[in-house]
Ligand binder design. Sequence first.
Ligand code: MG
Ligand code: ZN
Length: 215
Amino acid sequence: MEIKVLKDILGANEQIAGKNRELLEKNKVFCVNIMASPGAGKTSFVLQTIRVLKGNVRIGVIEGDISSSIDAETVAEEGVPVVQINTGGECHLEAVQIQNALNNLPLKDIDLLLIENVGNLVCPAEFNLGEHLKILIASVPEGDDKPFKYPLMFTTVDGLVLNKIDLLPYVKFNADAFTKTVKNINAKAEIFRVSCTTGDGVPEWAKWLKTRMKS
Ligand code: MG
Ligand code: ZN
């Protein structure tokens, strides 16, 4: 019984995600769903991406949080259109929320839409939003065992950003072992080593993203 309910929810979500995708494509908007646990640096990563691509690519942002508009206010300071979604307790974004947000964004003036999902490594992996790419940010202080603990998330994504690499000298984290584990469970995932504090690795990520936008 419970399984059927979950199937219905995901089925309905899938339908709306398809509509979102159509709307995005009609307006030539490339959409990236950024997922991570709380504190991995999603907002800093969004900011860094905006700073590297601004002037080149017209960016819009959807911020997903359980409550508050702190992240949206920070992003808005970059001068890009941003919509905040408050899920009111839900620990992931669903396609219907993105549908509402898309209606409140100037899609004709946006080439790249970044969605910052709610900080959570579990259910965001199950809900398609209509995005073209799914990106996971893992960060050095979280430890290198996360791929074993959250396999669905790690196998779902197209790209993995290992953030806070500036902390590697101070934290017990084996970056090579981590990369190998990720490659073992998800061979297609492109991996980037990034520091949103120093900006290291951000240009490489941005370059890859631009290639994906063109393909
Ligand atoms: Mg954030
Ligand atoms: Zn959830």
